[in-house]
Design a protein around this ligand. Structure first.
Ligand code: SF4
Length: 669
């Protein structure tokens, strides 16, 4: 029996799904989580596509997807497949289809799997709002059945698998009209196609619910699992991905939050990390994400949520609501989540050290310049700071150190939970308690009793349990059940070797909780002091100078990706594919350079006009390839400048931002 959407919210288990055979690869039904990517070459360039596919396979891809925008590309899949097989690789190939059933019907006879997008397989998106009567809606479903069934029959005949891949940004007008731009609309979009396939007794199906917003994506997958379970009493395997995640650190963090949150609860049979980078660089990130679950089921036990059969969560895992907390200082209530920087291990703290966490000191004027990504608290352990701090920065330190501090409005003590239990003197004002959610549950129960009468305590919760997120979530559920509303800081520590592993670990362990509305702050630390000791598994993409800056950036990026605190420009860039009409990586870097000071503005950079506008989701402005050397600019979903020559398109985009009062000069920012 499912616990809402997962086999268990406290004990790591994979969700039971049907087994699907894709060529020689078995997926679902407890088989290892498969890793895949998608080529970015022109499908008509056979040699380039073969070479890139082989690079991806060599990097570890277990499935390679290739776009087939029209019949000619679908036909060319045969030449591509022949060459890959001749080179000795049996990795299954997947045809990516949008808008063209004819291409799908050709590809299904050639490759091992086809992916269709139910938002545009049959429907052309016109952004029309039509009111459908029930009879009209049923007639639409009949129309889909008529057009989709031939593909199902071909797949059955040729033993071809299929992914029904819904994208949040490209829901059909029919779905939008009835369900709106919602997670439930995404689910229904896939279910319409899945019901038709089941009617034909075709089950070689995998489903996906992608969005560039990890919150929407996670809710949609959870709802889909519940819906399949209720309607069919079984689940089909799930392909996980965050679309248009972007590049570098942000792309990895967004992907880790979306994909990792679901994997933590046992959901997901195959993953693709969509980065605006060469596809082979996606594979090490996938491996890092998947490897977190090796041996996970051996984690220390976490107390079950309810004693009886059925659990009753005190929050809704299918829609976002922030956990209600009362305010202590600037933490909790309606305050955005705070960021805490960890300087406990530094021998001495200097003015210049604070630059890494967003505070730049100008000696000549004796003033601090405060960035949008400036930490709110600094934990100094057993040290006091011997210079005047910036006005927005406060200090957390050990109790004895705090006793010696003269300015008690700036300094606040922290206790670890056992010391807090034995402490005879607790300050009346803001203080922090560090809690390991993996501690003995009897101890936790006693601790919560004491906290109930400590309204000014802020709880810093981490876990030494290998199933970190579920362990912290269990304690948060206990707080909610017992109506203890003290603010909570989510703590995560790791000692992973590579930057990618650290980003993925920190983002999954905290981001998944933020998506469920938990957390009034975030506190990250690691055991690595020197960035030189950190290595990337892909290519070098970070420009951070030291570990404090790395952790501070990561904290703000996690808050941004979970949409709980916006501190920078948001980029929604497609991963590119054979349809892409310009160099996406170079253009994304150019646009990022020009606009990365525009806090809160969402800019989409999309490779083609066929899918780009639909996939831009909730971007404020769009930069979309509309022909070779031509760019079309959008404000929301509205075209404002058509076919601008690409040499001047970034300047035109800046002009558009200015016309819409979304621009500020970098110096002012
Ligand atoms: S938006 Fe990007 S990834 Fe999607 S089809 Fe167009 S070029 Fe390919």
């Amino acid at each position: 029996m499912l616990q809402y959407y997962s086999p268990s919210l406290t004990s790591y288990q994979r969700l039971k799904t049907r087994e699907v055979k894709i060529g020689g690869l078995l997926l679902g039904n407890g088989h290892p989580i498969r890793i895949q990517t998608m080529t970015t070459t022109d499908t008509m360039d056979t040699d380039a596509t073969v070479a890139q596919s082989i690079r991806c396979i060599e990097a570890g891809a277990e499935l390679v997807r290739i776009t087939a925008p029209s019949k000619k590309e679908a036909e060319n899949l045969q030449a591509i497949k022949d060459k890959i097989r001749a080179a000795g690789y049996n990795t299954p190939l997947v045809a990516d289809i949008h808008f063209t059933p004819n291409a799908a019907e050709i590809a299904a006879r050639i490759v091992e799997k086809v992916r269709v997008n139910p938002g545009n397989y049959i429907d052309k998106k016109k952004f029309d709002t039509i009111e459908y009567t029930d009879a009209e809606y049923a007639a639409e479903i009949d129309r889909i059945r008529e057009r989709f069934t031939p593909l199902v029959k071909i797949c059955k005949e040729y033993g071809t698998a299929m992914r029904i891949g819904t994208n949040h940004g490209s829901l059909s007008d029919r779905i939008m009209s009835r369900y709106g731009d919602s997670a439930i609309g995404m689910v229904e979009s896939a279910m319409e196609f899945l019901r038709i396939a089941r009617y034909e007794n075709y089950h070689q199906i995998i489903l996906s619910m992608k969005s560039s917003n990890p919150q929407v994506m996670v809710q949609a997958y959870r709802l889909l699992v519940r819906q399949m379970d209720e309607e069919f009493g079984e689940n089909y395997p799930l392909h996980l991905g965050v679309t248009e995640a972007g590049d570098g650190e942000d792309g990895r963090i967004k992907s880790a939050i979306g994909i990792g949150t679901l994997l933590e609860d046992g959901i997901g049979d195959t993953i693709r990390v969509s980065l605006t980078e060469d596809p082979e660089f996606e594979i090490p990130v996938c491996k890092d994400i998947v490897s977190r679950y090796n041996g996970r089921s051996n984690h220390a036990p976490i107390p079950p949520i309810n004693e009886g059969e059925k659990i009753n969560l005190p929050y809704d895992p299918f829609s976002y609501n922030r956990r209600a907390s009362h305010t202590v200082g600037n933490i909790g209530g309606h305050h955005v989540p705070v960021v805490i920087a960890n300087f406990q291990e530094e021998e001495k703290i200097h003015h210049a050290d604070l630059q890494a966490i967003g505070y730049k000191y100008d000696e000549a004027t004796d003033k601090w310049n405060i960035g949008d990504g400036a930490a709110d608290y600094i934990c100094t352990g057993n040290k006091l700071i011997d210079f005047a701090l910036p006005g927005t920065l406060q200090v957390i330190c050990n109790y004895d150190t705090w006793s010696n501090a003269t300015d008690k409005t700036k300094y606040h003590p922290i206790f670890d939970a056992p010391n807090y239990m034995s402490a005879t003197s607790i300050p009346d004002n803001l203080h922090f308690i560090a809690i390991d959610a993996n501690a003995d549950w009897n101890f936790i129960t006693g601790l919560l009793d004491k906290i109930r009468s400590a309204p000014n305590a802020v709880l810093c919760i981490g876990s030494t349990n290998a199933h970190h997120m579920a362990s912290v979530r269990r304690l948060l559920i206990a707080l909610m059940q017992q109506k203890i509303n003290n603010p909570v800081i989510l703590c995560a520590q790791n000692s992973n070797k590579t930057i990618d592993e650290q980003l993925i670990d920190l983002a999954t362990n905290t981001g998944g909780l933020l998506l469920d509305g938990f957390g009034d702050g975030i506190w990250l630390w690691n055991n690595t002091h020197e960035m030189q000791n950190l290595k990337t598994t892909g290519r070098t993409y970070l420009e951070v100078k030291n570990n404090h800056q790395f952790l501070n950036n990561t904290a703000f990026s996690i808050l941004q990706a979970s949409r709980t605190r916006i501190s920078k420009t948001e980029y929604i860039s497609c991963p590119s594919c054979g349809r892409t009409l310009f160099d996406l990586q170079e253009t994304t870097a150019k646009i990022r350079n020009a606009t990365n000071h525009l806090k809160g503005v969402k800019i989409a950079i999309m490779g083609c006009i066929v899918n780009g506008p639909g996939e831009m989701a909730d971007a404020d402005f769009g930069y979309v390839g509309s022909g070779p050397g031509k760019i079309t600019l959008y404000r929301g979903k509205e075209v404002v400048k058509r076919n601008v020559p690409s040499e001047i398109a970034v300047d035109e985009l800046i002009g558009l931002l200015k016309e819409n009062e979304a621009w500020i000069e970098p110096a002012e920012a």
